[in-house]
Ligand binder design. Structure first.
Ligand code: KIV
Ligand code: ZN
Length: 516
């Protein structure tokens, strides 16, 4: 049994997580998530894949300049151009890593790479050596390790460790393996690396195609892995990656099975991280999701409620407070609260990094909402501030939206937008109220948007709940869709804000590309 060991947490929400359909984020969204990952005390943040696009490169380099404690990592294929981009993107980080990979399974080598095993080893060794010219800390992944053959895995591992790799990652890329198999693979690889007298760490990166990502990760920890790769809310390619909150809370809750196995994660930041990732990507965890789902701590049956009231541990193996859920997420502020109380609540919720302008703007939004909504909860405040941060680019700003009665006649909208200190008003018609709003926004701004995804959620319960809209829009037939976020007590206004937010995001990306 492995005892007394600190497991490194490598978060890949911003890279593999972003590969979830519909989860692509812009730079300011990624910076916000990176800051929250730093509050969580994540050891390594995989901030993106620098060679994938100028947007990815920009996000990684800005994160590298912003984050002080966590190590910042970029993914790179075992190709010089990728490694150079990765090295340049992380150059300004306090702590930096390049994560390079090549596939090692027979099926990938034969059909995808069309390379012999010798060629794969040669490419891997060159990649590690080249990465070492940019950073000291190089991680090497045997892509599709889950379906690779152990003798070849050992051969390539020996070669890349000799070339300077410090972490050997064994991804179960297609989520094929079961815990007993992962345990065996890790045991074999750990004892092989020990036999080399190397202190390289074995890392796991499990996908969830058969639902075993977290179980496989825990089995790997039992077998001696020293690092685990995971994402917030289990976001990730296809069925996702192992969920960080589940791994960390299992290790904490089952110390009887994992004695002295710790992580550096500040678990009280888990709920905030989950909410932030859901708000930014628009991908909410399912209600019954472990640890962070809406129902994870909700006891419906009277017997359970009675038991928990008498003694919390009768039906609860963890406390909601352990992951940062306040005992009761109820009224925290009201319409008479001043800016000092508002600021105090923000700092208690972990938002101490708002600049003065953002604070004033968030406070104004809060006051406007207070006029119409009796009870303002922690979740409302979280959303107000997240919305303020997400919409800090105000090239275009919705001032007002009026829609006609849609039950009779042609739906129409009158929209006023602020742009460069001028207010522009126009009216338009559409196939529904929302369509009329979006078409009118297009007319005013001169950009042509195609809505490809639209989601509305309520922040809390009740008729006066805030509506939170996430949409994905393609502007002017661009290849890349952009995300927009809107918040309001009125769904139509939230939708208009989300659409304009997406346009602002599109414009800042265009701006960045033009300045390259
Ligand atoms: O799943 C996978 O194999 C990956 C690698 C690039 C690490 O994401
Ligand atoms: Zn992956």
């Amino acid at each position: 049994m492995i005892e007394n060991k600190n497991i490194l947490i490598f978060d890949t929400t911003l890279r593999d997580g972003e590969q979830s359909p519909g989860a692509s984020m812009n730079t300011s969204e990624k910076i916000q998530i990176a800051q929250q990952l730093e509050r969580l005390n994540v050891d390594i943040i995989e901030a993106g894949f620098a060679a994938a696009s100028p947007g990815d490169f920009d996000a990684i380099s800005q994160i590298a300049k912003t984050i002080k404690n966590s190590s910042i990592c970029s993914l790179a294929r075992a190709i010089d151009g990728d490694i150079k981009a990765a090295g340049e993107a992380v150059a300004f980080a306090n702590k930096k890593r390049i994560h390079t990979f090549i596939a090692t399974s027979p099926i990938h080598m034969q059909y995808k790479l069309k390379m012999s095993t010798d060629e794969v080893i040669k490419r891997a060794v060159h990649a590690v050596e080249y990465a070492k010219t940019f950073v000291d800390d190089v991680e090497f992944s045997l892509e599709d390790a889950g379906r690779s053959e152990l003798p070849f895995m050992k051969e390539i591992t020996q070669a890349v460790i000799e070339a300077g790799a410090k972490t050997i990652n064994l991804p179960d890329t297609v989520g094929y393996r079961l815990p007993s198999e992962i345990k065996h693979m890790v045991q074999e690889m750990v004892s092989f690396i020990d036999s080399m007298k190397s202190d390289a760490i074995v890392s796991l990166h499990n996908h969830n195609d058969l639902g075993f990502a977290v179980a496989n990760t825990l089995a790997g920890i039992e077998a001696g892995a020293g690092q685990v790769e995971c994402t917030i809310n289990g976001l990730g390619e296809r069925a996702g990656n192992a969920a960080m909150e589940e791994i960390v809370m299992t290790l904490k809750t089952r110390q009887d099975l994992f004695p002295g196995i710790t992580t550096n994660i500040n678990t009280k930041e888990i709920y905030q991280a989950s909410k932030m990732v859901a708000n930014i990507t628009g991908i909410e965890p399912q209600p019954n999701k472990s640890i962070v789902g809406k129902n994870a701590f909700a006891h419906e049956s009277g017997i359970h409620q009675d038991g928990v009231l008498k003694h919390q541990e009768t039906y609860e193996i963890m406390k909601p407070e352990d992951i940062g859920i306040e005992k009761n997420n109820s009224i925290v502020l009201g319409k008479h609260s001043g800016r000092a109380a508002f600021k105090d609540t923000l700092s208690h919720l972990g938002f101490d990094d708002l600049d003065n302008e953002a604070l004033i703007s968030a406070f104004e939004k809060f006051k406007a909402i207070c006029d119409k909504k009796k009870e303002i909860t922690d979740d409302d405040i979280r959303m107000i501030v997240t919305d303020e941060k997400l919409n800090n680019n105000k090239t275009f700003e919705i001032t007002s939206v009026q829609i006609s009665d849609c039950s009779n006649g042609v739906p129409s909208a009158v929209v006023t937008i602020k742009h460069e200190d001028k207010e522009i008003t126009d009216a338009g018609i559409g196939d529904g109220a929302m369509d009329a709003i979006f078409k009118t926004i297009d007319r005013i701004t001169g950009y042509n948007g195609t809505l490809i995804n639209y989601k509305v959620n309520s922040v809390t319960e009740g008729k006066d709940a805030l509506a939170k809209v996430n949409c994905q829009v393609i502007f002017n037939d661009d290849k890349q869709a952009v995300l927009g976020h809107g918040l309001s007590l009125d769904t139509m206004i939230a939708s208009a804000r989300a659409y304009v937010g997406a346009l602002n995001s599109y414009l800042s990306i265009q701006n960045m590309l033009n300045n390259k």
